[in-house]
Every structure is written in structure tokens, then in C-alpha cells.
Design a protein around this ligand. Structure first.
Ligand code: GAL
Length: 808
């Protein structure tokens, strides 16, 4: 009875806690271990010693990225390709106590990711090294702990000195979260559940759960494993129990089946989430609790009909993103990730490729909740290097363990649909392409057979050794949109995903005439981008692309035509630090994004929005500030209408309709200052109107916060867009005024940006020049509730203030 009561109370607590607070506090403890670290940039071998004096070190919270705090410099060994920011060696230390009552517990330190070559010591004891900067890992620190009042010290050495080791900006440091986990000796192992749904119908879903229970002290006896499924409201919808399960010495694996009746399916429009709650009971007491997300969905890739989700055909309209968060560098922040995904959702994106490495776990949590089809990628190279000091150096010793850890960590996320074992792997042109692909696929399949495995291959070539391995479920190749139509002939019966497409280039708000001159430099890797601009800008008319890629429209026109093309992951959703193709230094961030580094959409964002969403769209560009008489191309992306009429100063410039597979309309006209007005119509009825006016001189600042109320949790962010307007409220399209920020209240400035790929200004300064009329300030809450005012000033302009509420 007591046991029942106990469990009952536990469950009530659990259910009332609902989806938000985790049951982790019930028995198992998983504490945020991110505060009060000390940091020193530079090497000092004695910093691992308990007695080391770090009182002079900088105090900070992780996630932290020291590279983004540095100065852009051509001589930094990462080079422009790596973002031109410094690397080096850094040390982190943290002291902590562990309650005497926890003496019988197991204590683990979980790192979500440290870039790179981390080594960890606790109380002077060496715990190990992890070369791969994107992998999550755990150390059992129990044997090294002191209890009660006594201090423990964890020291972490991060070595990102040997560069280049990446083809993009990596960041440096403990750039993801750290957790301190306390469990009883008998507990669910790290990533110790695997939940699948082998049968799903409208009436019922079978939920299959394998639970690995670690018996850390090799106790004898048995346990009861109780597993529940709760719905999004926290209501129990199914349960099962396995009783008298004999404990094995090391890990005991238990398989269970449950049925959820009338399951609500997970989809990109309605990403419904259940939760599996695991309770381990020993001698009548709950000794561990664990939660696993559960999304019930079925999907299929078909060689003829492409991708279906829950039986419905659907095109994967995805983007590739690197992991940096612009001005925040690589230091992960959940709100910053969520904002990126919101901006992508707003454009109609339904898929994310974690190019080219395991992401922060929080990204997958968000994709589960927000509804994205994730292609989860493990590596950018195997044994053959791409950069001198990259992961290929660690390949032989680490790839098996890293790949296994990655799959185990991510395989319960309903948003994960595709495993990628690599991107543009040099071995694809050597015999090892076959052997390594087979080995990696078998590692994956050993841990998960519910998702197809692919690789981003460079070419649609049947002789490619990775393709020829026959090991891939989905044939993925990057680019070559011209070959998509030949695909069914060249690869009969193959299922296909365009793992990477487009690589078009743009600078937000910059326009070179004419809009329709396609600028693609010749396929000669040694030739510079001859058609570029002196100031390293690139026109935003979607007419400039890499030779291996295409404009956005070129690929999408083919992609939308054929059902057998299950979808694409466009390079890229956001600009990212590093890889400033087509330029190099003094450019230091990429031009590929549909959205710039600061999060401001480029024009082509609205082409996709007009195609991929049902929102009414009428987007007209460019700005209307030109030399009198200059011939200007005006373009419009629109939907839900059959024509658009353009007026200049009240006079019609003409009615345009998209013909055939057109994705935009265009007018060519001599510039005259005044008002450009576009009207879209359906069946003669006005749908939308857009006006662009010739702007006068910069006169004032306007601030627009994405959220005016944020949590006072020391992490949450408000992204404040700064607009430079003329006296009549028009955005000044080329304004580059220097804007200064001051904060009044308990918040800090986490970063500033303007999206300009060549800006050498610091992301961490309290000022930023506007670029093409805009810049961004990112305000971060401290831990006290209250009101914060962010004020922006600039010489000669009327200042502006925005008020943000910090809520507890
Ligand atoms: C691809 C590569 C990406 C990026 C892109 C730029 O070949 O997979 O990582 O470098 O080119 O166009």
C-alpha cells in the first residue's frame, strides 16, 4: 500500500508538473552546471591541480565562446574561411560542493559540446579527452569527489590552437551546456532509452521501448521497470510494467511494448509531443526517473513519389545551417536558436540539416516542438583531411565511439528523419569510400533501423565509391540541379534527397543592375570572382551563384516539378561566420544565407514565402533611392494573386503576371524620385499594396524588439532591430550611421551586428554601424525581475528607447 501510495503521489506530482518542469527533480537530479566558472585564455598546465589559484581569472557562465570576443585578423590561423577570429588554448575551472547525503549516489558531469580537444580533471584526477568538438560526452566523477563542506574542482582544458581545423567558424570553448547529474546506483544509463513506433494507425500506435539500466555498484536482486506515456497535457495515456527483472552486473536491457490509442500524430504543422516516463523501482522504492520525448509519425521515401509524412506527400523544403548564432558566436542560447527557427518557419521552411556535425541537443528539442524534418549529420570528413588539423587526425581512434554516441543521443527525437554519415567526403573518389561507408552504415543500423542513412555526395555519378557501396538508403547528392531530371534514368529505383543545393550569394539590401544578368564565375577553382564589387558586396537580385550551385529560383523550379525529388536542404538558411565565398579577407562571413548574419531577411526570403506558405505575399524591391535617370529593375515576389501593377508617382508602369514557371515579375524603368506603389490583384480585386518611397537624409532611430517581455533567467534574449529612418519615417536604404547603445536595468548587451560580411567591428562592442539602414542589438536578461531600457543614440539623429520587462 505504501509503495502504491508513494508511486501515486509521485505520478500526481509528475502529471501536475506537466510538460514544463521535468520529473528529473523527483529522484534523479540534473542540475544546470553553467554558472560561476573561471576562465583563462592561454595555457597553464598547473591549472588542473586542485590547489591552483584562479582568483585572477575571469568569472563567467558557459556556454562561452572566446573566439567571438576576439579581433578579426587575416593572420589568425583559422583564416577568413574560419571566420578570421582567434583560436588558442583556454582553461575553465569551477569549484562546487556535493551534499554529504549524496555519498551513495552516482555523480556524472555531462558536456553537450566543447570545441575542441577538451581534457577534463576533477580534483586533479584526469578523466579523459574528447577530440571531436561537436560531440556530447559524460564523465563519471563519483570516485573523485569530496562531500559536505569540502570543495571539489573541475578543470577543463580546451585546445583549439591548431588551425585550420574547420572549413567554417567553429568557435572555441565550452560553447554548449554542462550538467551535473546525480542518480542512484541503479539508474537509466546515459541515453539509455530507445523509443520507436513500429505500427501506427489512426486507431492505435504500438510504442516499443528499450531501456538500459546501469547497475553501477553491481548490486544483485531485481527491479520493476514502469513505463508510462503521457500526452502533451501531462495526462497518462498508456502504461506498462516489467516486474522482477533480474539485475545484470553492468547493464540490464528491458524491452517493453505499449499501445497508445487514437494517437495524435506528429507533423510539421502540428508537432504533437507525448512523453515517455520511465520509473525504475528497487525494493519497492522508485530509484530513478527518466523522460524521453515521443512523437508518433510514419514516413517514407519513395523512388517515384518522394517523401510522405503520415501518408501524405510532402516536399522537404529544408535549409542547411551551421551552428554559429551570429554575434553570439558558437555559444549556444536556446532563444537565439528558437529565433532562427521562427524566422525559417516564417518563410515556410520545414526541414533543417545540421551541417556538418552533431548539433546542440536543444536544437533538436526545438525542432521536435516546432516541427522540422531534420537531417542529422555526423561528419564533414572521414579519414582524409579537408583542413590540415581537422577531425581526420582523430578518425581512427574516435569515429566509432563518436558516431555511436551521436546516434544514441539523437535517436529519440521525432524531428530526426535522416541520418547523414558525412558531407562531401574525399574518400568518395577512392576505394575506401565503399569500405568506410559500409562500416559507418552498420554502426548506425546497429543502433537505429527506423531512419534512412545518407551522405552528401558531390556528384550524381554511378561510379562514385560511396554510392557504389550500396549501403545508403537514400541517395543524397549536393548541387547538380541540372541532373535532377535525369535522375530516374541514371539511378533507376533510387530514392533521392538533395542534401545540399543552391549556394547563391547575396548581400542584404545591395542591388547591381541589371537584375537578370546571371553572374556565375567559371568552374575554375583557381580563378577569382571577377564580376564582384570592390567593396565585396554581392547583388541581392538572386542572380549571383557559385559555379557549382544555382540561383534560388533555378533549383526550386526543377524541385517543385517532380514528385520523385523528395526535397532539398538549401545552402544556407542563415549567413554564417567564415567561408566568405566568393571573396576572402577582408570578408569574414558567408554570403549564402537567405537571411543575413543578424537575422534580417534578404529579398529572396519572400520568394520562398510566396511559394511555401499560404500567407499573402507581395514583396517589392529594391529601395527607391537612385541617381535620377538610372535604369532600375524593380522586382516583385507575390502569391494569391494573378497580377501586380506597379505605379511610379501615381502613373502605371505596367501590369505584370508570372508566366509559365516564373517565380517573380520585373519592371525596368528610369529612376525618378517619389513613390513606387505595387498592387496585387486576384480576379480584379486588390489583394495587397506595397509602397516604397525615396528616403531623405537620416533623421531618427526606431527600435523594434522581437519580444518586450523576457524571462529574468540570466539567459533569455530580446533581439532589437535598429532602423535608421528619415524625418517622414522611411527607411534610409544606404544609412550606415554609428549607433551607440546604453542599458538601464538588469540586462547586458550580448552582441551587436548589422549583417555586413566585411564589418571588422566587434560583436561585443556597445556600438555598431548600421548597414543598409539596419543594425541589431541583442539584450540579455540578468536574474532579477524588473524593467530594462535600451537606448540607441547616434550623432545627428533623434535617439530611441525600448522598454523590456524581465519576468521571474
Ligand atoms: C559545399 C559544402 C558546404 C559549403 C558549400 C559552399 O560544397 O558542402 O559546406 O562549403 O559548398 O558553397
Amino acid at each position: 500500500m505504501r509503495q502504491k501510495l508513494h508511486l501515486h503521489t509521485l505520478l500526481i506530482t509528475l502529471l501536475t508538473l506537466g510538460a514544463c518542469t521535468s520529473t528529473d527533480t523527483l529522484v534523479r537530479e540534473r542540475a544546470d552546471f553553467t554558472k560561476n566558472w573561471s576562465f583563462n585564455l592561454g595555457d597553464n598546465a598547473s591549472a588542473k591541480e586542485t590547489t591552483f589559484n584562479d582568483s585572477q581569472w575571469r568569472k563567467l557562465s558557459v556556454p562561452h565562446d572566446w573566439s567571438v570576443e576576439g579581433k578579426f585578423d587575416e593572420k589568425n590561423p583559422a583564416g577568413a574561411g574560419g571566420g578570421a577570429l582567434p583560436g588558442g588554448i583556454g582553461w575553465y575551472r569551477k569549484t562546487f560542493t556535493v551534499d554529504a547525503k549524496d555519498k551513495d549516489k552516482l555523480v556524472y558531469l555531462d558536456f553537450d559540446g566543447v570545441y575542441t580537444n577538451s581534457e577534463v580533471w576533477v580534483n586533479g584526477q584526469y578523466l579523459g579527452k574528447r577530440p571531436y568538438g561537436y560531440i556530447s560526452f559524460r564523465y563519471d566523477i563519483t570516485p573523485h569527489l569530496k562531500y559536505g563542506q569540502e570543495q571539489n574542482v573541475v578543470a577543463v582544458k580546451v585546445d583549439n590552437a591548431q588551425q585550420p581545423n574547420s572549413r567554417w567558424y567553429s568557435g572555441s570553448g565550452i560553447y554548449r551546456n554542462v550538467w551535473l547529474v546525480k542518480t542512484n546506483p541503479v539508474h537509466v544509463d546515459q541515453w539509455g532509452t530507445f523509443v520507436t513506433t513500429p505500427q501506427v494507425s489512426e486507431q492505435a500506435a504500438t510504442v516499443n521501448i528499450t531501456t538500459s539500466i546501469r547497475n553501477a555498484k553491481k548490486q544483485s536482486g531485481d527491479i520493476t521497470l514502469r513505463t508510462l506515456v503521457v500526452d502533451a497535457q501531462g495526462k497518462e495515456v498508456a502504461r506498462t510494467a516489467s516486474e522482477k527483472v533480474a539485475l545484470q552486473n553492468d547493464v540490464t536491457e528491458v524491452k517493453q511494448d505499449l499501445t497508445v490509442t487514437n494517437p495524435k500524430l506528429w507533423s510539421v504543422e502540428n508537432p504533437y509531443l507525448y512523453k515517455v516516463v520511465t520509473l525504475v523501482e528497487q525494493n519497492g522504492k522508485v530509484v530513478d526517473n527518466f523522460e524521453t520525448p515521443l512523437g508518433i509519425r510514419t514516413f517514407n521515401f519513395d523512388a517515384k513519389t518522394g517523401f510522405t509524412l503520415n501518408g501524405k506527400p510532402m516536399k522537404i523544403n529544408g535549409v542547411c545551417n551551421h551552428h554559429d548564432l551570429g554575434a553570439l558566436g558558437a555559444a549556444i542560447n536556446v532563444r537565439a536558436l528558437e529565433r532562427q527557427l521562427e524566422i525559417m518557419k516564417g518563410m515556410g521552411v520545414n526541414g533543417i540539416r545540421t551541417s556538418h556535425n552533431p548539433p546542440a541537443p536543444e536544437l533538436l528539442d526545438l525542432c521536435d516542438k516546432m516541427g522540422f524534418i531534420v537531417m542529422d549529420e555526423s561528419f564533414d570528413m572521414w579519414k582524409k583531411e579537408k583542413s590540415k588539423y581537422d577531425y581526420s587526425l582523430a578518425w581512427d581512434q574516435w569515429h566509432k565511439r563518436d558516431l555511436e554516441n551521436f546516434i544514441k543521443r539523437d535517436r529519440n527525437h521525432p524531428s530526426v528523419f535522416i541520418w547523414s554519415i558525412g558531407n562531401e567526403i574525399p574518400e568518395q573518389w577512392a576505394p575506401e569510400g565503399t569500405t568506410i561507408a559500409k562500416e559507418l552504415v552498420s554502426i548506425v543500423k546497429n543502433l537505429d533501423t527506423t531512419r534512412p542513412v545518407t551522405v552528401g555526395i558531390n556528384e550524381p555519378n554511378p561510379n562514385n565509391t560511396i554510392y557504389k557501396s550500396g549501403a545508403l538508403d537514400l541517395f543524397g547528392f549536393n548541387y547538380h540541379h541540372q541532373d535532377f531530371e535525369k535522375f530516374p534514368q541514371t539511378f533507376p529505383g533510387q530514392k533521392f534527397i538533395a542534401t545540399e543545393t543552391v549556394s547563391a550569394l547575396m548581400t542584404r539590401g545591395h542591388y547591381d543592375m541589371p537584375a537578370d544578368s546571371l553572374r556565375r564565375w567559371p568552374i575554375r577553382w583557381d580563378l577569382p570572382f571577377t564580376t564582384g564589387n570592390k567593396d565585396l558586396t554581392v547583388s541581392a537580385y538572386d542572380n549571383v551563384s557559385t559555379p557549382w550551385g544555382s540561383t534560388h529560383e533555378e533549383t526550386w523550379k526543377i524541385m517543385k516539378k517532380h514528385a520523385y525529388l523528395s526535397g532539398q536542404y538549401i545552402w544556407t538558411g542563415f549567413d554564417y561566420l567564415g567561408e566568405p565565398t566568393p571573396y576572402t579577407w577582408p570578408a569574414r562571413s558567408s554570403y549564402f544565407g537567405i537571411v543575413d548574419l543578424a537575422g534580417f531577411p534578404k529579398d529572396v526570403y519572400y520568394m520562398y514565402q510566396s511559394e511555401w506558405t499560404n500567407k499573402p505575399v507581395l514583396h517589392v524591391f529594391p529601395h527607391w533611392n537612385w541617381e535620377p535617370g538610372k535604369t532600375v529593375d524593380v522586382m516583385a515576389y507575390y502569391n494569391n494573386a494573378d497580377e501586380v501593377e506597379l505605379f511610379l508617382n501615381g502613373k502605371s508602369v505596367g501590369v505584370k503576371k508570372k508566366q509559365g514557371d516564373d517565380l517573380h515579375v520585373r519592371w525596368r524603368l528610369p529612376f525618378q524620385p517619389g513613390t513606387l506603389r505595387a498592387v496585387s490583384r486576384a480576379g480584379g480585386k486588390e489583394v495587397l499594396t506595397k509602397e516604397i518611397k525615396t528616403a531623405g537624409a537620416p533623421a531618427k532611430i526606431v527600435l523594434e524588439a522581437d519580444r518586450t517581455q523576457i524571462s529574468a533567467d540570466g539567459k533569455d534574449l530580446s533581439f532589437v532591430t535598429v532602423k535608421i529612418l528619415d524625418k517622414d519615417g522611411n527607411l534610409v536604404p544606404r544609412a550606415d550611421n554609428l549607433v551607440h547603445f546604453t542599458i538601464d536595468g538588469k540586462a547586458t548587451l550580448a552582441g551587436v551586428d548589422n549583417g555586413l560580411q566585411t564589418s571588422m567591428e566587434s560583436f561585443k562592442a556597445n556600438h555598431r554601424k548600421a548597414f543598409n539602414g539596419l543594425c541589431l542589438a541583442i539584450l540579455q536578461a540578468q536574474e532579477e525581475a524588473g524593467t530594462v531600457k535600451l537606448t540607441a543614440t547616434s550623432e545627428g539623429l533623434a535617439p530611441a528607447t525600448v522598454t523590456i520587462q524581465l519576468k521571474k
